[in-house]
Write a protein that binds this ligand. Structure first.
Ligand code: PEP
Ligand code: MN
Length: 265
């Protein structure tokens, strides 16, 4: 079992003693939607905020993110609510735009194999949340992380977000065994995204609890004030009350595994 190397994100330490919850909408849709979500998840105990600005959607006919206007909203909400922000970078040309406005670069499942992007992100030294590609073996995922580390950026957080299997009932198969298995191979912190991992709102709570019990360092959860109106991934987004319930239940499981939940920062 390798000891975990922690990553600092402003006042938050991920991979240390505390369990960290990252929450927010799949996409930033408007000032009002992002501000309301940020306030809600902060009140329930989230310590990092997520929100997509540049989206990589499978279907080109769907919402592609607000782009530069989303960046303006992210800056405003980060300042107003005071939570560090995690957002996906889909192209190296976005790095100079994002670098001062956000706190963690997310590399999405579709870009895990984009080694040129990883090399560029390595130069920034800024924390990178590296999602597992839905087709990646654990070895390929850890090698992608090595591109960041070899390039001079040790601030890497692994994120298990489900893989594509022969099971068609769910969007993906969440590979929770990857959490304790990666611990035997790597010192990097590892978190779980049950939202993309299942694709179903009703499965977020049980799989979040299971991830905590399996020893994950945190969670990445999609929350929307009105999931049925969401412009992306609404079917897997939970609302504010569901998120508050999840946080309460999570603390009970975390107590059993002796891992306090990081709440106010
Ligand atoms: C996301 O986090 O909204 C996202 C697109 O995730 P993934 O890259 O895991 O599909
Ligand atoms: Mn999403």
């Amino acid at each position: 079992m390798s000891p975990t190397r922690s990553v600092s994100i402003g006042p938050v330490t991920l991979g240390g003693k505390h369990f960290v919850v990252i929450a927010g909408p799949c996409s930033i849709e408007s000032e009002q939607q992002f501000l309301e979500t940020a306030t809600t998840v902060k009140a329930a105990g989230a310590t990092l905020l997520r929100g997509g600005i540049y989206k990589l959607r499978t279907d080109p006919n769907t919402f592609q993110g607000l782009g530069d206007d989303g960046l303006r909203i992210a800056r405003m909400v980060r300042k107003t609510v005071g939570l560090p922000i995690v957002t996906e970078v889909t192209d190296a040309r976005q790095i100079p735009l994002l670098v001062d406005a956000i706190d963690v670069f997310q590399v999405g499942s579709r870009n895990m194999y984009n080694y040129e992007l990883l090399k560029e992100l390595a130069h920034t030294g800024k924390p990178v949340l590296l999602k597992r590609a839905f087709s990646a073996t654990i070895e390929e995922w850890l090698l992608a992380a090595e591109y960041l580390e070899k390039g001079g950026n040790p601030n890497v957080i692994l994120c298990e977000r489900g893989i594509r299997t022969f099971e068609p009932a769910l969007r993906n198969t969440l590979d929770l065994a990857a959490v304790p298995y990666v611990r035997t191979l790597s010192q990097l912190p590892i978190i779980v995204d049950p939202s993309h991992g299942t694709g179903r709102r009703d499965l977020i709570l049980p799989m979040s609890l299971a991830a905590a019990a399996a020893g994950a360092d945190g969670l990445l959860i999609e929350v929307h004030p009105h999931p049925e109106q969401s412009l992306s991934d609404g079917y897997q987004s939970i609302d504010g009350p569901m998120f508050a319930t999840l946080m309460t239940q999570l603390e009970k499981i975390l107590a059993a595994v002796d891992r306090p939940l990081l709440k106010n920062v």
